[in-house]
Write a protein that binds this ligand. Structure first.
Ligand code: KG4
Ligand code: ZN
Length: 337
């Protein structure tokens, strides 16, 4: 079974082709991605209408590129999958529209996929796929959640953010530090030159016993420091504040993940979503989990942020597990929230 996946929820246009055989882990045949980051940089963040218009320009050429790379004809596609949500409504509609038009032209069924399920399952495309059950730490620009995952479609939310997501905290603090969009990777780069102990920043909800997160207070604390340092802040202070911010976010994510592992008694952790690309987070999780005999699984770095491969994969695994049915109803709908 060949599944074409289309991702367009935010600022990455992604298309991929995945092959599913029997019960085996689906195999990625090809994927192609176009990032809009450069286009949005001038505005300091994603401009929804520009995002939609760019997806329109990019998706068809990306689909052609994927088929060419995989050496497949469009007529070989069995199912077309697309991101149904969450994301920007206009951007989602472009991907869903393309997927349904293509499926209708080929007389094939379509399947809408939850974007976060794509992230959650993305480590299955890696060299070291996890086994169920596991705890998942989902850390993206819009979401921060700890989940218990017992199988495809069998997810239990253990805790989540009550305000900002971890990626949002990275992005907002980066902006306060005068860094561009997207802030996460840039803040991480600046942090390499800083001393994380130079500033004492809060670790909200760290010891409250729940698996919920809160990052809004951290952002306020960073703002207070930025104001105190003033407009003539030196490079070293900026780097120190970046390092302290990153250390605070990472410490909360690591400690809460360990609590989730302890509470569930599970010995496997999956980390997915854009913030999962953060080097310090990976280092600290690896060290803490190794000490506890816990295996940690990450998606390949290139598949940490948004991509079409994870959408094709999630559709394939849902279909294999009998947890979803693709349909020929092309009157598609999207779920922005
Ligand atoms: O999963 P993703 O690509 O998109 C959403 O579904 O939101 O995640 C994007 C988020 C952004 O907030 C970005 O700043 C953050 O992931 N991010 C990082 C790093 N790479 C991406 N945050 C910290 N360190 C990184 N290396
Ligand atoms: Zn995402």
């Amino acid at each position: 079974m060949l599944i074409l996946g289309v991702e367009s929820s935010c600022d990455e246009s992604g298309v991929a082709l995945v092959e599913a055989r029997g019960e085996g882990v689906p195999r990625l045949l090809a994927h192609a991605l176009h990032s809009q980051i450069e286009m949005h940089q001038a505005y300091g963040g994603v401009v929804p209408e520009l995002a939609s218009r760019d997806h329109i320009r990019r998706l068809v050429p990306l689909a052609r590129e994927v088929l060419a790379r995989a050496g497949c004809a469009a007529s070989q596609i069995d199912v077309v999958a697309y991101t149904r949500g969450p994301g920007l409504a206009g951007a989602l509609l472009v991907g869903a529209g393309l997927a349904c038009a293509l499926a209708a032209a080929l007389d094939r069924p379509v399947l809408g996929v939850h974007h976060l399920e794509g992230h959650l399952l993305s480590p299955f495309l890696g060299a070291d796929p996890p086994e169920f059950p596991f705890v998942a730490l989902l850390v993206s620009g819009g979401h921060t959640q700890l989940m218990r995952v017992d199988g495809v479609g069998r997810y239990e939310t253990l805790g989540e953010t009550i305000d900002d997501a971890a990626g949002e905290a990275f992005d907002k603090c980066a902006k306060l530090l005068g860094l561009g969009y997207p802030g996460g990777p840039q803040l991480a780069r600046l942090a390499e030159f800083g001393d994380p102990d130079a500033f004492d920043l809060p670790r909200p909800l760290l010891h409250n016993g729940t698996l919920d997160f809160s990052f809004a207070g951290l952002k306020t604390a960073v703002l207070t420091q930025v104001k105190r340092l003033g407009p003539n802040v030196c490079e070293q202070d900026r780097a120190n504040l970046a390092a302290a911010t990153q250390a605070a976010i990472v410490e909360v994510l690591v400690k809460k993940s360990l609590t989730a592992l302890r509470q569930t008694g599970l010995r496997r952790l999956v980390v997915a979503g854009g913030v999962g690309a953060n080097k310090l987070l990976r280092e600290q999780l690896n060290r803490a989990c190794e000490r506890r005999g816990v295996r940690v699984h990450y998606p390949e770095l290139a598949l940490c942020t948004d991509n079409g491969a994870m959408i094709a994969l999630a559709a394939a695994m849902r279909l294999q597990a009998g947890q979803a049915q693709a349909s020929r109803d092309y009157a598609f709908d999207v779920w922005p929230r």
